[in-house]
Design a protein around this ligand. Sequence first.
Ligand code: FRU
Length: 614
Amino acid sequence: MKYFNHLSTTLLAGMLGIMSMNAAEGIEINHLGTNNTLVRVSDDARYLLLPVEESVDDATVNVLLNGRPETTIYVRLARNKVDYYVPFDISRYKDSEVVLNIVTAQGRSSVREAKDDACWKTIKLSDDFDTSNVEKFRPAFHHTPLYGWMNDPNGMFYKDGTWHLYYQYNPYGSKWQNMTWGHSSSRDLVNWEHHPNAIEPDGLGAVFSGSCIVDKANTAGFGKDEVIALYTSAGMSQMQSLAHSSDNGANFNVYPGNPIITLESEARDPNMFWNEETKEWNLLLAHALDHEMLVFTSPDLKTWTLQSAFGKGIGAQDGVWECPDLLQLPVNGTDEKKWALICNLNPGGPFGGSATQYFVGDFDGKTFTVDTPESGVVPTKWMDYGKDHYATVSWSNAPDDRKVVIGWMSNWQYAAEVPTRQFRSANTLPRDVSLFKGNDGEYYMSVLPSPEVDALRDKKVTAIKSKGISKKGLSVSLPKANDGICEIDFRLNSPKGQPVTVTLSNAAGEHVDMVFNPSDHTFSFDRTQSGLSDFSQDFPAKVKAPTLRESTSQSIRMFIDRSSIEVFDGEGNFALTNLVFPTSPYSTMTFSTGAGKATLNSLEIYTITPSTNN
Ligand code: FRU
């Protein structure tokens, strides 16, 4: 990178009155007008640290290398104050002249006013960017990006003992923008390592959600065991693109023939899999605004033929259909297998905003046929009854034919407003899914924490064998270590059908109230008093899951992290995933009935050692 003559440009610019006098060493700033500024970077530092103020609009930052356009990123450059910095890696441009041609969104009445923006005084060069985990609400054992915004998990595949996880990522701010495939991997599904971005926006647009497969038979011609990614290129329109990786998903080569699928209407989130029965590739594509999923086939992953569409008028329809997946699942306790089509929907979830519905039926390689009861009305089924479970899809090529899924632990209603800053959003714990037959004859999805999650347990700090529960309430202390992160397993029995309330509370008077109601076979979760909630009117909520069994007893596995609670029915009949932001960790758990007696058959509490997610 060339050095410019700092002194002479300072003098000249000073005379002309166009240069910010406070620009950091190695940075030259020229104000060109009320909303246009040139930033010339002449230093060998690793990063240009960009100051962000979340409440202002994005500035368009056109990066020029030796005068030629290299890329454009959108950053909320600070106007009044700096909320945090994001790093723009300039080390890759070492031998080039780097100029940022920046157009700020805020029009100013004069250049003088524009020059006062906080960003020009605080933009700086650095060899380091601090990613240490200091935020109170940062999860301790859930996958979370080091910094920046994350939405959908996508492109997940397993290969040679490693679980790869890509995700919708904004490296330049903690709100949605600059969609890129971030990349993490894990050998055990609970400790995560973070890697450089895998696929970045190009001339066709940002990189929206998609999927990866391992091309074991070299059907695409890029080589045996090549990892192939299909994703949505989102520019003016949405189209589907291919990229491939010969180093196990670390670096991808974008296919020169992109896009490989174009339609005349909005379609996204390609999800492909090898169909062993038809010996062809299948692909599902969300025909988002048409509320349907398109089914394609291909011999080579490059040429795709549209075969059918599923979904018009079926299931929940009150939002766009996104992020499909189609899985062949075993029916527990039988030799039967059925197909489950996962359809993420936003808004239109059972408790507002985003949620994951699924349909069970048959698939012949070309058409998905949903099981339809005699009434003719296909029931709407949800994979999780909490408010914070979205964009859930499965890992491709998982060992032992396991179907392992993970979801984005947030909701489009308030994801950009939650009280975190350096990062926004985490993923759910990984879950293994299968099917079971309910008493009503319907097939439902069984959702259980993946067996790997057991490794999170540290010490068993509470073990209760059998205790009565009454109106008075039975209270137990929760662990204090690591801000109270823990796993709680319990079994309740309420033979007379009285509802049993399970409360988590802290000294600040904040509480979460869960109710097992054997009379109407439901388990509810109320977070209206759970802690901070005024950042969005949609956050306070009471949600309810059907237990899908007629029993007076109920077993639960619950995972409490710093800002989330995941509740799993012991046998997988339902799951409830909810964010919470208590001002101090919940310290007490209380079991009570409104009247009459019930029993706590067992209670075990395990501390959790933070995993490496950060
Ligand atoms: C779902 C979604 C996808 C899209 C992605 C963009 O949350 O809207 O349909 O690919 O997010 O980030």
